[in-house]
Write a protein that binds this ligand. Structure first.
Ligand SMILES: *Cc1c(COP(=O)(O)O)cnc(C)c1O
Length: 431
């Protein structure tokens, strides 16, 4: 017997949800059904509390805040790194919170390019970096710039794995590239593709890269906080992520990075005093001695007000448990996919892999007039985002989205589908 899908069933699912009560910890935006937590996670009472605490420390302690606040500001990047480490499966010393994701790509790609260059026998061709054509653009901009700065032509050495369907990247295509091009020294891939939501097999990619004598790094912006990782166990060399998506730490919150302990002591490309060995940082030596931890990849003074909300946000995630968060996320995206298939017309299709193990936390719905559809949804109070050319992303972020929200969002799409805004108009598709 096929299950009954109606609003009452959605409410039933919510009452059986072990994480249901977490929704009350978050502040819902006005008049909105929020399906955009993969772009900007919501504020929680906990994140506002830790932010307020730091503001109070600033008022009361001023400069003494660096040493006398609790936890002290001086080690705050490392302190937060320790709290994030279990979410990515790393040792505390391998993770630090600092900089922005794009800056972290610059410094880590630069660092590993320099390691690759130093290890090369003489008269070998310059190293290449392997990426894919569905990447978030900032990754390519930063990597190309790092290659250029070393006199390496990115048109040749930024090697791009092509997608065969415009949605996903096949493992075989990555292996093919590694077998075809002996110059690949770094494989840099996303954990989850920002548009289709495909979740990559980090372990398989790491094994393939290492077999080809390449370093491997991941951009985990779309997975940290919703998909558990085992970066250290798997042997990933480095990784970066943002804190404002599933980690709910606020707009432009400080990012995170991971460096495998085997690479401690490597020279950070973007050296700065905040990456100095902590014990001697204030001796103010003119020679840079990098910290013997991932902390070495920090650059300048930790931005306390962009870091503090993360502390509270992480406490909520810790309380819920990352495994439970992932289970609920999979249940929500499964439910969403079922409703798209069953309740929306054929002009809508699911662009996200259907296999849960190949899916991150959001679902992309493809529609020829996706841009107009997203605008109409926002107008009607459902916050989604549009990604060109034909994708509407819906993210039921598991800590604060109910099954009934998913139901309501799909029903709204269904009602809009009858209106002019989503009828297929060949002329407007081109724009
Ligand atoms: C969101 C996102 C970024 C953002 O980088 P910022 O430096 O924080 O602007 C980078 N990479 C990916 C894959 C993203 O999804």
């Amino acid at each position: 017997m096929s299950p009954q899908y109606d609003r009452a069933d959605a409410i039933e699912r919510d009452s059986a949800d072990a994480l249901a009560s977490f929704r009350d910890r978050f502040i819902q935006p006005e008049d909105a059904l929020y399906m955009d937590g993969n772009s900007l996670g919501l504020a929680s009472d906990a994140s506002i509390e830790t932010l307020d605490r730091v503001v109070e420390e600033w008022k009361a302690l001023a400069i003494r805040g660096w040493t006398d606040s609790d936890p002290d500001w001086f080690h705050y990047g490392e302190y937060l790194g320790e709290l994030v480490a279990p979410l990515v499966g790393a040792n505390a010393s391998e993770v630090v919170v600092g900089n922005s994701t794009t800056v972290n790509i610059h410094t880590l790609i630069g660092t590993f390019l320099d390691l690759a260059l130093a290890e090369q026998p003489e008269n070998t061709p310059p190293p290449a970096v392997l990426v894919n054509d569905l990447d978030f653009p900032t990754d390519h901009y930063a990597i190309a710039a790092q290659l250029t700065q070393r006199g390496i032509d990115p048109d040749e050495k930024l090697r791009v794995v092509e997608s065969s369907d415009g949605r996903t990247i096949e493992m075989d295509a990555i292996i093919d590239a590694l077998e075809t091009h002996a110059d690949i020294s770094i494989v840099f891939m996303p954990s989850v593709l920002y548009r289709s939501g495909q979740l990559f097999d980090l372990e398989a990619i790491t094994t393939a890269a290492h077999e080809a004598d390449a370093y491997v790094g991941f951009d985990c912006a779309h997975s940290v906080g919703v998909v558990p990782h085992e970066l250290s166990t798997v042997g990933v060399d480095f990784a970066v992520w943002c804190s404002y998506k599933y980690l709910n730490a606020g707009p432009g919150a400080l990012a995170g990075l991971y460096v495998n302990k085997n690479h401690f002591g490597a020279e950070p490309t973007l050296a700065g005093w905040w990456g100095h060995e902590k014990a001697t940082q204030f001796e103010m030596n003119q020679t840079f001695t990098p910290a013997e931890t991932a902390g070495a990849w920090q650059i300048g003074t930790v931005s306390m007000l962009s870091a503090a909300p993360l502390e509270g946000a992480l406490a909520v995630i810790d309380e819920a448990g990352i495994e439970q968060i992932r289970s609920k996320s999979v249940a929500l995206t499964d439910y969403l996919i079922t409703l798209v298939d069953g309740r929306l017309g054929e002009v809508f299709s699911v662009g996200t892999p259907r296999e849960p193990s190949s899916r991150g936390g959001h679902v992309s719905i493809e529609h020829p007039n996706a841009k107009q559809l997203s605008a109409a949804l926002r107008e009607a109070g459902v916050v989604v985002d549009y990604r060109p050319p034909n994708v509407v992303r819906l993210c039921p972020s598991p800590l604060y989205t109910r099954f009934v929200d998913v139901w309501d969002a799909v029903e709204l799409i269904r009602s809009l589908a009858d209106e002019e805004v989503t009828t297929v108009n060949v002329d407007s598709q081109v724009t």
